[in-house]
Design a protein around this ligand. Structure first.
Ligand code: TRP
Length: 334
Protein backbone atom coordinates (compact mmCIF):
# COMPACT_ATOMS: atom_id res chain seq x y z
CA UNK A 1 0.00 0.00 0.00
CA UNK A 2 1.19 3.48 -0.85
CA UNK A 3 -1.04 6.34 0.37
CA UNK A 4 -3.83 3.85 1.01
CA UNK A 5 -3.75 2.64 -2.56
CA UNK A 6 -2.87 -0.83 -3.75
CA UNK A 7 0.29 -1.02 -5.83
CA UNK A 8 0.27 -1.98 -9.50
CA UNK A 9 3.36 -2.82 -11.54
CA UNK A 10 3.69 -3.56 -15.23
CA UNK A 11 6.24 -3.16 -17.95
CA UNK A 12 6.77 -3.43 -21.66
CA UNK A 13 9.79 -4.02 -23.79
CA UNK A 14 10.89 -1.50 -26.35
CA UNK A 15 11.64 -4.03 -29.04
CA UNK A 16 9.82 -3.97 -32.36
CA UNK A 17 7.08 -1.50 -33.19
CA UNK A 18 4.12 -1.46 -30.88
CA UNK A 19 0.84 -2.63 -32.34
CA UNK A 20 -2.84 -1.91 -31.92
CA UNK A 21 -2.89 -5.13 -29.88
CA UNK A 22 -0.39 -3.68 -27.40
CA UNK A 23 -2.47 -0.52 -27.17
CA UNK A 24 -5.94 -2.05 -26.81
CA UNK A 25 -4.78 -5.07 -24.86
CA UNK A 26 -2.39 -3.36 -22.46
CA UNK A 27 -1.87 0.39 -22.58
CA UNK A 28 -5.56 1.29 -22.68
CA UNK A 29 -6.15 -0.91 -19.63
CA UNK A 30 -3.21 0.67 -17.84
CA UNK A 31 -4.79 4.07 -18.28
CA UNK A 32 -8.09 2.81 -16.87
CA UNK A 33 -6.36 1.33 -13.83
CA UNK A 34 -4.26 4.38 -13.07
CA UNK A 35 -6.85 6.13 -10.89
CA UNK A 36 -7.49 3.19 -8.65
CA UNK A 37 -3.92 2.05 -8.05
CA UNK A 38 -0.52 3.47 -7.24
CA UNK A 39 1.09 2.56 -10.55
CA UNK A 40 4.62 1.78 -11.64
CA UNK A 41 4.94 1.46 -15.41
CA UNK A 42 8.43 0.59 -16.47
CA UNK A 43 10.19 0.46 -19.81
CA UNK A 44 11.92 -2.84 -19.06
CA UNK A 45 15.16 -2.26 -20.91
CA UNK A 46 17.20 -4.69 -18.80
CA UNK A 47 15.04 -7.49 -20.14
CA UNK A 48 15.61 -6.46 -23.73
CA UNK A 49 19.34 -7.13 -23.81
CA UNK A 50 18.70 -10.87 -23.42
CA UNK A 51 18.45 -10.50 -27.20
CA UNK A 52 21.10 -8.51 -29.09
CA UNK A 53 20.16 -4.89 -29.69
CA UNK A 54 21.69 -2.19 -31.83
CA UNK A 55 22.58 0.43 -29.15
CA UNK A 56 21.50 3.58 -31.01
CA UNK A 57 18.27 2.05 -32.23
CA UNK A 58 17.52 0.53 -28.85
CA UNK A 59 18.02 3.85 -27.04
CA UNK A 60 15.56 5.53 -29.41
CA UNK A 61 13.00 2.76 -29.16
CA UNK A 62 13.04 2.88 -25.38
CA UNK A 63 12.51 6.63 -25.46
CA UNK A 64 9.66 6.21 -27.97
CA UNK A 65 8.00 3.72 -25.68
CA UNK A 66 8.32 5.91 -22.61
CA UNK A 67 6.80 8.82 -24.52
CA UNK A 68 4.05 6.54 -25.76
CA UNK A 69 3.04 5.69 -22.18
CA UNK A 70 2.47 9.40 -21.64
CA UNK A 71 0.82 10.00 -25.02
CA UNK A 72 -1.60 7.15 -24.34
CA UNK A 73 -2.86 9.05 -21.33
CA UNK A 74 -0.77 7.96 -18.36
CA UNK A 75 -0.14 11.09 -16.31
CA UNK A 76 3.56 11.00 -15.37
CA UNK A 77 2.83 13.14 -12.31
CA UNK A 78 0.63 10.39 -10.91
CA UNK A 79 2.11 7.25 -12.46
CA UNK A 80 5.71 6.29 -12.02
CA UNK A 81 6.95 6.02 -15.60
CA UNK A 82 10.64 5.16 -15.77
CA UNK A 83 13.44 3.15 -17.35
CA UNK A 84 14.15 -0.06 -15.45
CA UNK A 85 17.89 0.44 -15.96
CA UNK A 86 17.77 3.72 -14.01
CA UNK A 87 16.83 1.92 -10.82
CA UNK A 88 19.65 -0.31 -9.61
CA UNK A 89 17.43 -2.27 -7.24
CA UNK A 90 16.01 -4.36 -10.08
CA UNK A 91 19.32 -6.01 -10.85
CA UNK A 92 20.31 -6.21 -7.18
CA UNK A 93 17.12 -7.95 -6.09
CA UNK A 94 17.22 -10.19 -9.16
CA UNK A 95 20.60 -11.53 -8.02
CA UNK A 96 19.29 -12.36 -4.57
CA UNK A 97 16.15 -14.00 -5.97
CA UNK A 98 18.29 -16.05 -8.36
CA UNK A 99 19.56 -17.79 -5.26
CA UNK A 100 15.98 -18.71 -4.32
CA UNK A 101 14.94 -20.03 -7.73
CA UNK A 102 15.57 -23.55 -8.98
CA UNK A 103 17.01 -24.49 -12.35
CA UNK A 104 14.11 -26.92 -12.75
CA UNK A 105 11.59 -24.10 -12.39
CA UNK A 106 13.28 -21.98 -15.04
CA UNK A 107 13.66 -24.97 -17.34
CA UNK A 108 9.89 -25.33 -17.38
CA UNK A 109 9.23 -21.79 -18.63
CA UNK A 110 7.61 -22.03 -22.05
CA UNK A 111 8.83 -18.60 -23.11
CA UNK A 112 12.43 -19.67 -22.45
CA UNK A 113 11.91 -22.75 -24.59
CA UNK A 114 10.38 -20.66 -27.38
CA UNK A 115 13.02 -17.98 -27.25
CA UNK A 116 15.94 -20.37 -27.13
CA UNK A 117 14.55 -22.11 -30.20
CA UNK A 118 14.29 -18.74 -31.92
CA UNK A 119 17.73 -17.47 -30.85
CA UNK A 120 19.63 -20.74 -30.94
CA UNK A 121 22.94 -18.94 -31.50
CA UNK A 122 22.59 -16.86 -28.32
CA UNK A 123 21.06 -18.84 -25.48
CA UNK A 124 22.58 -16.71 -22.76
CA UNK A 125 22.15 -16.99 -19.01
CA UNK A 126 20.12 -13.78 -19.01
CA UNK A 127 17.52 -15.38 -21.23
CA UNK A 128 17.31 -18.24 -18.73
CA UNK A 129 16.97 -16.03 -15.65
CA UNK A 130 14.70 -13.48 -17.38
CA UNK A 131 11.71 -14.55 -15.23
CA UNK A 132 13.69 -13.89 -12.05
CA UNK A 133 14.35 -10.32 -13.14
CA UNK A 134 10.64 -10.00 -13.79
CA UNK A 135 9.95 -11.32 -10.28
CA UNK A 136 12.35 -8.71 -8.91
CA UNK A 137 10.53 -5.93 -10.83
CA UNK A 138 7.26 -6.92 -9.28
CA UNK A 139 8.36 -7.75 -5.73
CA UNK A 140 10.55 -4.67 -5.39
CA UNK A 141 7.47 -2.43 -5.10
CA UNK A 142 5.39 -4.72 -2.86
CA UNK A 143 3.05 -5.01 -5.82
CA UNK A 144 -0.54 -6.15 -5.32
CA UNK A 145 -1.65 -6.44 -8.94
CA UNK A 146 0.12 -7.03 -12.24
CA UNK A 147 -1.78 -6.50 -15.49
CA UNK A 148 -0.29 -8.98 -17.94
CA UNK A 149 -1.12 -10.87 -21.08
CA UNK A 150 -1.89 -14.57 -20.83
CA UNK A 151 1.58 -15.35 -22.20
CA UNK A 152 3.13 -13.90 -19.02
CA UNK A 153 0.97 -15.79 -16.51
CA UNK A 154 3.54 -18.53 -16.05
CA UNK A 155 6.13 -15.92 -15.08
CA UNK A 156 3.75 -14.40 -12.60
CA UNK A 157 3.03 -17.80 -11.08
CA UNK A 158 6.79 -18.26 -10.64
CA UNK A 159 7.03 -14.81 -9.04
CA UNK A 160 4.44 -15.85 -6.49
CA UNK A 161 6.31 -19.11 -5.78
CA UNK A 162 9.60 -17.29 -5.26
CA UNK A 163 7.94 -14.72 -2.98
CA UNK A 164 6.24 -17.39 -0.92
CA UNK A 165 9.46 -19.38 -0.63
CA UNK A 166 11.34 -16.29 0.55
CA UNK A 167 8.56 -15.34 3.00
CA UNK A 168 8.43 -18.83 4.45
CA UNK A 169 12.12 -18.57 5.36
CA UNK A 170 12.37 -14.92 6.47
CA UNK A 171 8.86 -13.86 7.48
CA UNK A 172 6.50 -11.55 5.61
CA UNK A 173 8.90 -9.64 3.40
CA UNK A 174 7.06 -9.62 0.07
CA UNK A 175 3.46 -8.92 -0.86
CA UNK A 176 2.16 -11.80 -2.98
CA UNK A 177 1.02 -10.29 -6.30
CA UNK A 178 -2.13 -11.19 -8.20
CA UNK A 179 -2.41 -11.19 -11.99
CA UNK A 180 -4.88 -8.85 -13.62
CA UNK A 181 -6.17 -9.91 -17.03
CA UNK A 182 -8.13 -7.15 -18.75
CA UNK A 183 -11.62 -8.01 -19.97
CA UNK A 184 -11.73 -6.14 -23.26
CA UNK A 185 -9.11 -6.29 -25.92
CA UNK A 186 -7.10 -8.85 -24.00
CA UNK A 187 -6.38 -10.58 -27.27
CA UNK A 188 -6.38 -8.72 -30.54
CA UNK A 189 -5.67 -11.19 -33.31
CA UNK A 190 -3.72 -10.94 -36.56
CA UNK A 191 -5.66 -9.36 -39.44
CA UNK A 192 -4.29 -11.98 -41.80
CA UNK A 193 -4.66 -15.06 -39.59
CA UNK A 194 -7.31 -14.42 -36.93
CA UNK A 195 -6.33 -17.57 -35.04
CA UNK A 196 -2.93 -16.01 -34.25
CA UNK A 197 -2.28 -13.15 -31.84
CA UNK A 198 -1.43 -9.77 -33.43
CA UNK A 199 2.30 -9.59 -32.95
CA UNK A 200 4.90 -6.91 -33.42
CA UNK A 201 7.23 -9.51 -34.90
CA UNK A 202 4.83 -10.88 -37.53
CA UNK A 203 6.56 -11.20 -40.90
CA UNK A 204 3.50 -10.07 -42.83
CA UNK A 205 3.16 -6.30 -42.32
CA UNK A 206 -0.55 -6.49 -43.26
CA UNK A 207 -1.19 -8.70 -40.23
CA UNK A 208 -0.62 -5.97 -37.66
CA UNK A 209 -1.62 -2.35 -37.20
CA UNK A 210 1.40 -0.47 -35.89
CA UNK A 211 0.88 2.54 -33.68
CA UNK A 212 2.99 4.49 -36.15
CA UNK A 213 0.91 3.57 -39.23
CA UNK A 214 -0.64 6.53 -41.01
CA UNK A 215 -4.34 6.82 -41.76
CA UNK A 216 -4.21 5.41 -45.29
CA UNK A 217 -2.12 2.45 -44.23
CA UNK A 218 -4.50 1.65 -41.39
CA UNK A 219 -7.56 1.78 -43.63
CA UNK A 220 -5.84 -0.26 -46.34
CA UNK A 221 -4.84 -2.97 -43.85
CA UNK A 222 -8.38 -3.25 -42.52
CA UNK A 223 -9.75 -3.45 -46.05
CA UNK A 224 -7.47 -6.43 -46.62
CA UNK A 225 -8.32 -8.12 -43.34
CA UNK A 226 -9.20 -11.79 -43.68
CA UNK A 227 -12.87 -12.55 -43.02
CA UNK A 228 -15.06 -15.41 -44.34
CA UNK A 229 -17.92 -16.14 -46.72
CA UNK A 230 -20.72 -16.13 -44.12
CA UNK A 231 -21.68 -12.56 -45.10
CA UNK A 232 -22.92 -11.59 -41.64
CA UNK A 233 -21.42 -9.52 -38.91
CA UNK A 234 -21.66 -11.74 -35.85
CA UNK A 235 -19.31 -12.34 -32.94
CA UNK A 236 -19.03 -16.10 -32.87
CA UNK A 237 -16.40 -18.81 -32.90
CA UNK A 238 -17.12 -19.87 -36.49
CA UNK A 239 -16.15 -16.37 -37.69
CA UNK A 240 -12.80 -15.56 -36.08
CA UNK A 241 -11.86 -12.80 -38.55
CA UNK A 242 -15.14 -10.91 -38.25
CA UNK A 243 -15.16 -11.46 -34.47
CA UNK A 244 -11.70 -9.93 -34.21
CA UNK A 245 -12.87 -6.85 -36.12
CA UNK A 246 -15.90 -6.59 -33.84
CA UNK A 247 -13.62 -6.79 -30.79
CA UNK A 248 -11.37 -4.06 -32.16
CA UNK A 249 -14.33 -1.82 -32.97
CA UNK A 250 -15.85 -2.50 -29.57
CA UNK A 251 -12.60 -1.72 -27.75
CA UNK A 252 -12.21 1.57 -29.65
CA UNK A 253 -15.78 2.77 -29.20
CA UNK A 254 -16.78 1.23 -25.87
CA UNK A 255 -19.81 -0.37 -27.57
CA UNK A 256 -20.78 -3.94 -26.65
CA UNK A 257 -20.54 -6.74 -29.23
CA UNK A 258 -24.35 -6.79 -29.49
CA UNK A 259 -24.46 -3.07 -30.17
CA UNK A 260 -21.84 -3.46 -32.89
CA UNK A 261 -23.74 -6.36 -34.46
CA UNK A 262 -26.91 -4.27 -34.49
CA UNK A 263 -25.17 -1.23 -35.94
CA UNK A 264 -23.91 -3.25 -38.92
CA UNK A 265 -26.89 -5.56 -39.31
CA UNK A 266 -27.45 -6.14 -43.03
CA UNK A 267 -24.31 -4.25 -44.05
CA UNK A 268 -21.54 -5.82 -46.11
CA UNK A 269 -18.02 -6.64 -44.97
CA UNK A 270 -16.63 -3.81 -47.12
CA UNK A 271 -18.59 -1.15 -45.22
CA UNK A 272 -17.81 -2.74 -41.90
CA UNK A 273 -14.05 -2.97 -42.55
CA UNK A 274 -13.96 0.64 -43.66
CA UNK A 275 -15.79 1.73 -40.51
CA UNK A 276 -13.37 -0.19 -38.30
CA UNK A 277 -10.38 1.23 -40.19
CA UNK A 278 -11.63 4.79 -39.88
CA UNK A 279 -12.43 4.39 -36.20
CA UNK A 280 -8.96 3.03 -35.45
CA UNK A 281 -7.35 5.81 -37.49
CA UNK A 282 -9.44 8.44 -35.68
CA UNK A 283 -8.27 7.01 -32.38
CA UNK A 284 -4.59 6.75 -33.29
CA UNK A 285 -4.14 10.10 -35.04
CA UNK A 286 -4.35 12.27 -31.88
CA UNK A 287 -2.19 9.74 -30.06
CA UNK A 288 0.47 10.06 -32.76
CA UNK A 289 0.34 13.85 -32.59
CA UNK A 290 0.76 13.88 -28.80
CA UNK A 291 3.56 11.35 -29.07
CA UNK A 292 5.48 13.51 -31.53
CA UNK A 293 5.00 16.58 -29.33
CA UNK A 294 6.27 14.85 -26.21
CA UNK A 295 9.34 13.51 -28.02
CA UNK A 296 10.18 16.98 -29.25
CA UNK A 297 10.10 18.49 -25.75
CA UNK A 298 13.42 17.26 -24.41
CA UNK A 299 13.36 19.33 -21.21
CA UNK A 300 9.91 18.03 -20.30
CA UNK A 301 10.84 14.42 -20.98
CA UNK A 302 14.15 14.68 -19.11
CA UNK A 303 12.34 16.12 -16.10
CA UNK A 304 9.82 13.26 -16.03
CA UNK A 305 12.51 10.64 -16.41
CA UNK A 306 14.61 12.06 -13.58
CA UNK A 307 11.78 12.63 -11.14
CA UNK A 308 10.17 9.25 -11.67
CA UNK A 309 13.45 7.34 -11.46
CA UNK A 310 14.01 8.98 -8.08
CA UNK A 311 10.54 8.00 -6.97
CA UNK A 312 11.06 4.39 -8.09
CA UNK A 313 14.47 4.35 -6.43
CA UNK A 314 12.93 5.51 -3.16
CA UNK A 315 10.24 2.81 -3.00
CA UNK A 316 12.44 0.04 -4.32
CA UNK A 317 15.18 0.83 -1.80
CA UNK A 318 12.79 0.26 1.07
CA UNK A 319 12.20 -3.33 -0.05
CA UNK A 320 15.80 -3.91 -1.02
CA UNK A 321 17.17 -2.80 2.38
CA UNK A 322 14.72 -5.09 4.11
CA UNK A 323 15.71 -8.05 1.93
CA UNK A 324 19.44 -7.41 2.39
CA UNK A 325 19.00 -7.33 6.14
CA UNK A 326 16.91 -10.50 6.16
CA UNK A 327 19.46 -12.55 4.22
CA UNK A 328 22.19 -11.37 6.60
CA UNK A 329 24.26 -8.77 4.74
CA UNK A 330 26.04 -6.32 7.01
CA UNK A 331 24.49 -2.92 7.04
CA UNK A 332 26.25 -0.12 5.23
CA UNK A 333 27.73 2.59 7.40
CA UNK A 334 25.90 5.75 6.33
N1 TRP B 1 8.13 -10.00 -19.66
C1 TRP B 1 7.11 -9.03 -19.91
C2 TRP B 1 6.72 -9.13 -21.39
O1 TRP B 1 7.53 -9.47 -22.22
C3 TRP B 1 7.58 -7.63 -19.62
C4 TRP B 1 7.83 -7.46 -18.17
C5 TRP B 1 9.03 -7.37 -17.56
C6 TRP B 1 6.84 -7.35 -17.16
N2 TRP B 1 8.87 -7.23 -16.22
C7 TRP B 1 7.55 -7.18 -15.93
C8 TRP B 1 5.44 -7.37 -17.18
C9 TRP B 1 6.88 -7.08 -14.73
C10 TRP B 1 4.78 -7.25 -15.95
C11 TRP B 1 5.50 -7.12 -14.75
O2 TRP B 1 5.58 -8.83 -21.71
Amino acid sequence: MIDNKKVLFSGMQATGCLTLGNYLGALQNWVKLSDEYECFYSVVDLHSITVRQDPAEFRQKAKNLLALYIAAGLDPEKNCIYYQSHVSGHAELAWILNCFTYMGELNRMTQFKDKSAKHADNINAGLFTYPVLMAADILLYQTDVVPVGIDQLQHLELTRDIAQRFNSIYGDVFTIPEPFIGKTGAKIMSLQDPLKKMSKSDENPNASIFLTDDRDTIIRKFKRAVTDSEAMIKHREEQPGVSNLIEIYSACTGKSFEEVEKEFDGKGYGDFKLAVGETVADMLTPLQTRHAEILKDKAYLDGIVKKNAEKAQYFSNKTLRKVQKKVGFNEKVR
